[in-house]
Design a protein around this ligand. Structure first.
Ligand SMILES: CCCCC/C=C\C/C=C\C/C=C\C/C=C\CCCC(=O)SCCNC(=O)CCNC(=O)[C@H](O)C(C)(C)COP(=O)(O)OP(=O)(O)OC[C@H]1O[C@@H](n2cnc3c(N)ncnc32)[C@H](O)[C@@H]1OP(=O)(O)O
Length: 206
């Protein structure tokens, strides 16, 4: 084994530990959102978390984990707010690229509540924004969101397996459009979105 692959393995194992910590943090956030323990337990948990917080903050990066090529050759972004395994805010969404589009299974959690008993509309929009962006990237026209139009057809439940899909629709110069939706497993559409993505002039030196 080369020296480089040993170092890579070491960094990969640290990143795996970071992702495990992020997952534990998600479960902690779920527990905070739902806990009904008494004040003594809340105070004790606060003290324990203060100690953990201080330990983690003793060495801080300036930005989340970056876009990078993983050892298996795929592009990954562990710091991303939707897909990043190292970002506690991320679900994280596991996106499958397939002919003509992208697909992800998603289970929202009580933590994502907006209206009572349903998912916050901004959370649904964020998921669709990302999925549409991934669809245009998969079609070879990666860009930043210019506009996102969302139609909320039915309240989105949490705690239920749902399916999110998106497809590239068309390109004109640096502008690319995509559409997507979040649906029940039987195909009933709950939220639909269309979006315009623009490849920044800075990315292509235009
Ligand atoms: C975030 C992705 C990073 C990707 C990194 C690299 C590789 C990618 C690989 C994989 C990526 C995978 C997944 C991506 C996943 C998720 C996507 C989430 C995306 C976001 O969450 S992203 C955050 C929200 N997003 C912004 O933060 C944008 C802020 N903004 C700007 O950064 C600039 O504003 C920009 C770049 C949009 C344009 O700037 P620019 O200088 O390149 O172009 P310019 O202004 O000349 O406009 C050219 C023509 O677009 C028209 N135009 C411009 N803006 C418009 C708008 N908003 N609506 C309608 N039309 C618009 C003009 O009217 C003109 O039209 P015309 O040619 O017809 O006159």
């Amino acid at each position: 084994m080369s020296r480089m692959s040993v170092e890579l393995g070491t960094e990969e194992s640290r990143l795996a530990a970071l992702c495990a910590l992020a997952q534990q943090t998600r479960e902690l956030m779920d527990a905070v959102a739902l806990t009904d323990v008494g004040e003594d337990d809340l105070t004790a948990a606060h003290a324990a978390l203060t100690a953990v917080n201080e330990r983690l903050r003793s060495v801080l990066r300036q930005t989340p984990q970056p876009f990078e090529i993983a050892p298996d050759g795929t592009l990954r972004h562990l710091g991303n707010a939707v897909t990043g395994g190292a970002n506690p805010h991320a679900l994280p969404l596991l996106i499958e690229v397939r002919d003509g589009g992208v697909r992800a299974e998603v289970v929202f959690r009580p933590l994502h509540e907006g209206p009572p008993g349903a998912v916050h509309g901004g959370i649904s929009a964020m998921i669709l924004d990302h999925l549409l962006g991934q669809a245009v990237a998969a079609a070879g026209s990666a860009g930043m969101t210019g506009t996102l139009t969302v139609r909320y057809r039915r309240p989105v439940p949490y705690g239920t397996p749902l399916v999110a899909t998106a497809e590239y629709t068309r390109t004109e110069g640096r502008k690319t459009w995509a559409e997507g939706r979040i649906s029940l497993p039987d195909g009933e559409s709950l939220v639909e979105a269309t979006g315009l993505f623009i490849t920044p002039s800075a990315w292509i030196g235009a």
